[in-house]
Design a protein around this ligand. Structure first.
Ligand code: SAM
Ligand code: SF4
Length: 444
């Protein structure tokens, strides 16, 4: 199975190292149809560097984002259940050789406490994560944690409605076990699509096997999972290669299963305590290149949700909503137990975060920008997943469902959790949006 052709990617990047503006313009005009672009066209776009080319690229990304997703922004928060790990990823604070890390696997009671703290921020959707450890972070433990998360209720009687998961690449047998557990998207980041770099930054443990990781989404979709998420950790290798790697991966999944990635995540390397590569990398990605990455992905796979975490600074995150980001995390902690404890516990966190706003503040900022914070989990709950979801998303019709669901779930949030000021602003936004939002009870 050849998922990515690294030789071909390198050839494309070299061939289009200095793309001509007329050519870029042609690709951008074609991309406005929101049907995606070829790998070759993406290679040209990711090499664009002239100011006027970048401006056009950003404007078009904004146009496509608006056409496919409208104004909604889906919110979630990560829930780390264990930081035990047997791998040695040079960039991660959880690496086995970080002897200063305080290791913990949360008990089911501690998980319930975390979930209640998360629900009280207004969240209905979590991304559950853990390190890779056969004993202290096993799949059976993780499944028990999932059940605990769904059963926890806050004082308003609300509970988590969708759990996405981001854990190590599972085997076919393990997916057979996971497929009967109600999860949303299964996500694994390839970290880097460049095999040589991959081998240099993953020193020991199961994660050293590049192909085992690369082929995980094929195993997942062949073994009963419906929605998968991919990503690359930007900063490990040349970002242009990673973008074409991500797109090759997406195109391959789409070709083999008719199911492209449900989401693409764009984590950028952050400082992590006792993780040497996180402090020095010659492939650090600048803000302008980061914007370009997001814009090119938006043009190339318009139907795929794009996720941005609190690794990024507040102002930049808000700016990137325009360029294509459709889901963001808020109020996040990357240390197990962090929602009940103090913020940024260096001795148990995975990496540093740069957006310290509370969920309430983020929601207020989103509303101020005219976007609609959405807590919708409808697709997953009514089985609009996998190929069914893709057919609607590819036609650009997902907005019909999402817009009114976003308004309904925002209204619930405002009633249950917002302060007076945010409630007023949010209700006003809903009133304005209802004037132009087609409402149809069959579209939920
Ligand atoms: N342990 C599993 C794995 O590695 O697949 C689950 C995911 S891990 C908890 C979450 C992700 O965090 C990793 O895939 C990696 O991309 C990202 N990460 C690790 N160290 C990071 C750092 N210093 N800065 C930003 N992201 C980082
Ligand atoms: Fe472990 Fe994942 Fe961190 Fe690697 S990235 S050390 S596998 S938690």
């Amino acid at each position: 199975m050849k998922i990515i052709d690294d030789k071909y990617i390198c050839e494309l990047l070299e061939k289009y190292a200095n793309p001509d503006s007329n050519h870029i313009n042609e690709i951008i005009e074609k991309a406005k149809e929101a049907k995606g672009v070829s790998l070759e066209d993406a290679a040209m776009l990711i090499n664009a560097n002239k100011e006027q080319d970048l401006e056009k690229l950003f404007d078009t990304a904004k146009e496509i984002k608006n056409k496919i997703y409208g104004k909604r922004v889906v919110l979630f928060t990560p829930l780390y259940v264990s930081n035990y790990c047997t791998n040695d990823c040079l960039y991660c604070g959880f690496r086995v050789n970080n002897k200063g890390m305080k290791r913990v696997s949360l008990t089911q009671n501690e998980i319930t406490e975390e979930v209640i703290a998360i629900l009280e921020q207004g969240h209905k959707r979590v991304l559950m994560l853990m390190g890779e450890h056969p004993k202290n972070a096993s799949l059976d433990y993780f499944i028990e944690c999932i059940n605990t998360v769904y059963s926890a209720k806050d004082s308003k009687g609300n509970s988590i409605q969708r759990i996405n998961v981001e854990i190590e690449p599972l085997s076919a047998e393990e997916f057979q076990k996971l497929k009967d557990i109600p999860i949303g998207t299964y996500t694994v980041f390839q970290e880097t699509y460049n095999k040589k770099t991959y081998e240099q930054v993953h020193l020991s443990g199961i994660k050293t096997d590049y192909n085992w990781r690369l082929e995980v989404m094929h195993r997942a979709l062949n073994n009963g999972l419906h929605d998968v998420g991919i990503g690359a950790l930007f900063g490990l290798y040349d970002y242009r290669f990673e973008v074409l790697g991500l797109l090759s991966h997406a195109m391959n999944l789409d070709k083999e299963f008719n199911i492209g990635p449900h989401t693409i995540s764009v984590p950028r390397l952050q400082y992590a305590h006792n993780a040497p590569l996180s402090a020095i990398t010659k492939y650090a990605v600048s803000d302008i290149d980061f914007k370009k990455i997001i814009a090119v992905l938006r043009l190339a796979v318009p139907y795929t949700g794009m996720i941005l975490s609190t690794r990024e600074r507040a102002e930049l995150r808000m700016e990137l909503l325009d360029l294509g980001i459709s889901q963001i995390s808020s109020g996040s902690r990357t240390n197990p137990g962090g929602y009940k404890q103090a913020f940024n516990e260096v001795d148990s966190s995975q990496f540093n975060l740069n957006d310290g706003r509370t969920s309430g503040e983020i929601i207020e900022n989103i509303i101020d920008l005219g976007y609609i914070p959405s807590f919708c989990t409808s697709c997953y709950r009514i089985g609009r997943v996998g190929e069914k979801f893709m057919q609607i998303a590819k036609k650009g019709d997902i907005k019909l469902f999402c817009q009114q669901n976003a308004l309904t779930t925002l209204n619930e949030y405002l009633n249950d959790y917002a302060n007076e000021n945010v409630r007023k602003k949010g209700k006003q936004l809903i009133q304005n949006e209802l004037k132009t939002t087609p409402t149809d009870k069959s579209l939920v």
